[in-house]
Design a protein around this ligand. Structure first.
Ligand code: MLT
Length: 269
């Protein structure tokens, strides 16, 4: 089912956001190159107790596309401006997956007074290697030149666990549709932004909000051992590994992920 999105006007564009439920705010931030809909199972389950915001980042979904480079810092600032636009002044729980996690680190750095807690799904604290960054820049140029079809085919098998990939063709098809519908220049700008993101490992001991880290056991992009080390470096970090899931654990195993989120959120009260 398509959910209705709300439009929030920023100083230089618009962000679209699914805004559902009442109570303390959880802000869900999607991975690359997807959109808010990857969080549908979380919003559907948690909006009975929380105000759930699932945003389309700049360049994704229906939100404003800015070509060139869009940094993780800019995306974090967009989120703060969106909260202003929605008159949300209370600190929020930010739940980001992968690129959404890269944005979450920057949100902590730049807007920490607005942050009550962090949920980091399938993400990394380190920067790209030189080779990794070079590949991203090549990908960005290629997406602009020929569209996102090749990227969808290259990424989909990496995003999902092999079991999901074969057993849930409709989930893979939905993700493919989202990627193909995304503006190539938005994808390219975010890829360039990720290529220049900093290594935030040295920040981790200072991030003292309650933090839940979640990894799909078979995540090929942000391995569980790496996320366990991030959780250990954060003063209030805990780590949950989700069986039979890859990088897209919240979509692949929504019940297990939602149970982990609920337990964490209840503990915050
Ligand atoms: C994502 O899911 O956001 C991407 O896999 C992040 C990345 O490519 O580093």
């Amino acid at each position: 089912m398509m959910s209705e999105l709300r439009k929030v006007t920023l100083s230089d564009g618009e962000l679209f956001v699914r805004d559902q439920g009442q109570g303390e705010t959880i802000l869900f931030v999607h991975g690359f190159p997807l959109d808010h809909s990857m969080w549908d199972a979380q919003v559907n389950a948690l909006s009975s107790s929380y105000r759930c915001l699932a945003v389309d980042l700049r360049g994704f979904g229906r939100s404003t596309v800015t070509s060139g480079t869009v940094t993780m810092e800019q995306m974090a600032d967009d989120l703060a401006a969106m909260l202003d636009g929605l008159n949300i002044t209370q600190p929020v729980t930010l739940c980001g997956l992968s690129m959404g996690g890269y944005v979450a680190w920057q949100f902590w750095k730049r807007h920490s007074s607005r942050l009550a807690a962090l949920i980091l799904c399938d993400t990394r604290a380190i920067a790209d290697t030189e080779e990794g960054a070079k590949q991203r820049l090549e990908t960005a140029d290629r997406v602009e030149a020929e569209g996102s079809g090749f990227l969808a085919e290259a990424m989909l098998p990496k995003l999902y666990a092999e079991t999901t990939y074969h057993a849930r063709p409709e989930m893979i098809e939905d993700a493919r549709r989202v990627i193909l519908a995304t503006a190539p220049s938005g994808i390219a700008a975010a890829a360039r932004g990720m290529a220049q993101r900093p290594d935030v490992t040295s920040w981790l001991p200072e991030i003292d909000v309650p933090a839940l880290l979640i990894t799909g056991e078979q995540d090929a992009i942000s391995p569980a051992a790496e996320m366990a080390a991030i959780a250990q470096a954060m003063p209030r970090g805990t780590h949950a590994i989700i069986p039979t899931a890859g990088h897209m654990a919240p979509q692949e195993q929504p019940d297990a992920v939602n149970a982990a989120l609920r337990a964490f959120l209840l503990n915050l009260k």
